[in-house]
Design a protein around this ligand. Structure first.
Ligand code: BEZ
Length: 387
C-alpha cells in the first residue's frame, strides 16, 4: 500500500474507532450473495476478493467497525433467489446485502431488500429496473446498468460506419437490455439491426446461430456473453471462421476475466466497458498490484466493482462514524459520494447508478487495453425511478 493510502486508512480507523467503541458496537454484518458455481462462478470470486481487498486495505475495518461476512452461493439461479436472499436477511440478520452477478437473481434480491428495508449494494448485475422503476433510497449499484455498455458499444459500431448488424445473446434481462442499449445508439447513428438471435441462459450450443450469422452476412455482430459462456462463444465464433469475415463487437464482459481461457481467439477483439486493465493511474496501478499480491490473480472489472461496493459502504459508515443506526444520514452520504475507483472517479445518478466514462478497449495479450473514450460520463436514464 502506498504511504498516502496507509495514512488515510490510519486516520479513518482512528477517527471512527472511538465512536464505534463508545457505542459498544459489534461487527457490521455483510451478506455476500454471489455465484460460487456455474458459468458466473469466477465473476463472483473476483467481486468477493475485490470487496475484501478494500476492507483489508482499511485495516480490516470500515469506520472502526469490524466486518463479519455471511455467504450464500446463488448459483445464478433466479428460481432459488428469494429463498437464498432470505437466508441472509431473515436467518443471518445481515445489515447490508452485497450481490449479485446475474440480473434475474438481482431483481429478486432488490425486491426482498425493498420488502425488508435492507441496505443493498449491487456489485455487478445490470438489470435496468434496479436503478429504474425499482429504485429506492437504500439500493445502490457500484457497477453499471445493462443499458450503459450496450449503448456505448452501439456508439462505437455506428462510428465505425457499419450499417447492418446482428445481435446475439442469452435470453434474459442482461442480454435483452444490453442489446436494447446497443440498438438505440446504433440506429441513432444510422445503422440498422437486421436480426436479434438468442438462446436460453446459460446454454452454449451456438452452432445453429453461427450458421445463421454466416448466411445473413451482416457488417458486424454485437454479442453479450460473460464468464464461461463468453469463453465458449468467442472460441466458437473463431472456429466457425467468422472472425475473418464478420467483425465481432461486444460489451466488455465478452473478454473481461476470460482472455487467458479464450487464447488467440480473443486477440484484437474490441469491446466497450467502464474499465480497462491498463489504465495508467496511480489508483489503478496500486489496486492491481495489491490485488495480484493478495490473490495471485489479475484484477478485472468484477474485482473493481466489488472493491467499489466496499468503498461505498465505507464512505457511508464514515459519515456516521460507524453508527449504523444513523442509516438515513449514511445513505445520504453514499448517494452524494465521489468514488475514487480504479476505473476513475465516478459519482452516482439520482437513482444510485454510476455516472461513468465508457472506454473502447482492445484485447491484447492478457489485458483489455484502453483505446479511447466510447461515451463520456454516461448516465443511465433511470427510467421509471421515483425516489
Ligand atoms: C447480468 O446478468 O446483469 C450480468 C452478468 C454478467 C456480466 C454482466 C452482466
Amino acid at each position: 500500500m502506498q504511504l498516502a493510502h496507509r495514512l488515510t486508512a490510519l486516520a479513518a480507523a482512528l477517527c471512527c474507532a472511538a465512536a464505534a467503541h463508545a457505542q459498544g458496537a459489534g461487527p457490521i454484518k455483510v451478506g455476500l450473495m454471489l455465484p460460487a458455481t456455474g458459468t458466473y462462478a469466477a465473476l463472483g470470486t473476483a467481486i468477493e476478493n475485490g470487496f475484501k481487498l478494500y476492507v483489508q486495505e482499511q485495516g480490516g475495518k470500515l469506520a472502526g467497525r469490524e466486518i463479519q461476512y455471511f455467504k450464500v452461493d446463488d448459483e445464478s439461479e433466479p428460481s432459488k433467489a428469494t429463498d437464498n436472499v432470505n437466508k441472509l436477511i431473515k436467518r443471518d440478520n445481515v445489515d447490508v446485502l452485497v450481490g449479485t452477478v446475474h440480473s434475474g437473481v438481482a431483481l429478486a434480491m432488490a425486491k426482498a431488500a425493498k420488502d425488508s428495508n435492507t441496505l443493498l449494494i449491487v456489485p455487478n448485475a445490470g438489470a435496468d429496473a434496479i436503478t429504474g422503476a425499482m429504485c429506492a433510497p437504500h439500493i445502490f449499484r457500484s457497477s453499471f446498468s445493462n443499458w450503459q455498455p450496450g449503448y456505448a458499444t452501439g456508439v462505437v459500431a455506428a462510428g465505425k460506419g457499419y450499417k447492418r448488424a446482428m445481435t446475439i445473446t442469452w435470453n434474459y434481462a442482461a442480454g435483452q437490455e444490453t442489446v436494447k442499449g446497443f440498438t438505440e445508439a446504433f440506429e441513432k447513428g444510422g445503422g440498422k439491426v437486421i436480426k436479434d438471435l438468442n438462446l436460453p441462459f446459460p446454454n452454449v450450443e451456438f452452432q445453429a446461430l453461427l450458421t445463421e450469422i454466416a448466411a445473413q452476412k451482416p457488417d458486424v455482430v454485437f454479442a453479450f456473453f460473460a464468464g464461461g459462456g463468453a469463453v465458449k462463444f468467442v472460441k466458437d465464433y473463431d472456429a466457425a471462421g467468422l472472425r475473418r469475415s464478420i467483425p465481432l463487437l461486444g460489451s466488455g464482459f465478452l473478454t473481461d476475466g476470460t482472455l487467458e481461457a479464450q487464447g488467440p481467439s480473443a486477440q484484437g477483439l474490441q469491446t466497450a466497458l467502464h474499465y480497462a486493465d491498463n489504465l495508467d493511474t496511480p489508483r489503478n496501478n496500486a489496486f492491481r498490484k495489491n490485488f495480484a499480491l493478495t490473490f495471485k490473480a489479475n484484477a478485472d472489472v468484477y474485482a473493481v466493482q466489488g472493491y467499489d461496493a466496499a468503498q461505498m459502504l465505507g464512505i457511508g459508515l464514515s459519515a456516521v462514524k460507524g453508527d449504523f443506526s444513523k442509516r438515513d444520514a449514511m445513505i445520504a452520504a453514499m448517494g452524494k459520494a465521489t468514488i475514487d475507483s480504479p476505473r476513475g472517479k465516478f459519482t452516482l445518478s439520482p437513482s444510485h447508478n454510476p455516472v461513468q466514462d465508457m472506454f473502447l478497449r482492445e484485447a491484447v495479450g492478457k489485458n483489455n487495453e484502453y483505446k479511447g473514450i466510447a461515451a463520456k460520463a454516461l448516465a443511465d436514464p433511470g427510467r421509471g425511478c421515483k425516489m
